[in-house]
Design a protein around this ligand. Structure first.
Ligand code: DC
Length: 220
């Protein structure tokens, strides 16, 4: 495989995108970009600067100055916000919610899309998110849309939380996922939705290896 493809993987939270994309990137020797982390870093930036999401002028200034750097590590991306490693902080619950809230704002999306297109312009990239196949790279070489039932997704997130010794119930996680699905799917700009030409994958009953192999076979 000499041609360096752009591969888009979209879908709701915990549908298996990032784990699959990470492993696939390793197999194909591609760069993996977790675009959700970029919205999370922007959300953290507003929190650190004590900014209201309604203050468009302040948001605009912030976006003009923001530096989001992605380091491509073997086990996933490390994210630097204005020079500081925020990879762990952006996974906390307050930022999870705020990232979905900030993602409805047009100027924020425009900035993120601009950065994402720059990173992916030479190909050899697997990008996961909500609008990669519909907006960021509508001409991507391959598009996949991953889904899984909400109970399976909540269980996955609960297991991850347990590994990090975080105490949270499956019910709470499920509620948060449902809220985020709604917020991400019903926003006006670039809502979460399957591109017409995306290949759907229901990962509810699939192992990670099966997910990776499924996509790998399609690309081969
Ligand atoms: O993938 P994630 O759960 O880390 O994403 C966090 C939030 O960022 C998600 O709830 C919606 C937003 N997001 C988006 O609007 N567009 C993307 N391409 C990626 C994420």
């Amino acid at each position: 495989m000499n041609k360096k493809f752009v591969i888009a993987i979209d879908g709701p939270a915990a549908s298996g995108k990032s784990t699959t994309a990470k492993q696939l990137a390793g197999k194909l020797k591609y760069i993996y970009i977790d675009t959700g982390a970029m919205y999370r870093a922007s959300a953290l930036c507003t929190l650190l600067q004590n900014m209201s999401l309604n203050d468009e002028a302040a948001l605009n200034n912030m976006l003009n100055e923001i530096s989001i750097k992605i380091e491509y590590a073997k086990d996933g991306n490390r994210i630097y916000l204005n020079g500081k490693d925020v990879s762990e902080r952006i996974r906390e619950a307050d930022i999870t919610k705020l990232s979905s809230q900030i993602a409805v704002i047009r100027i924020v999306r425009e900035k993120m899309v601009e950065l994402q297109r720059k990173i992916g312009e030479d190909g050899g990239v697997i990008m996961d998110g909500r609008d990669i196949g519909t907006v960021v790279f509508p001409n991507a070489d391959f598009k996949f849309f991953m889904i899984a039932d909400v109970k399976t997704r909540a269980l996955r997130r609960w297991k991850e939380a347990k590994e990090k010794s975080e105490i949270i119930s499956i019910g709470e996680i499920e509620k948060e996922l449902i809220w985020r699905d709604e917020n991400d799917s019903n926003r006006e700009i670039s809502p979460l939705k399957q591109a017409d030409d995306a290949i759907p994958i229901d990962t509810s009953k699939m192992s990670i290896d099966e997910q990776v192999q499924f996509i790998y076979n399609k690309i081969k």
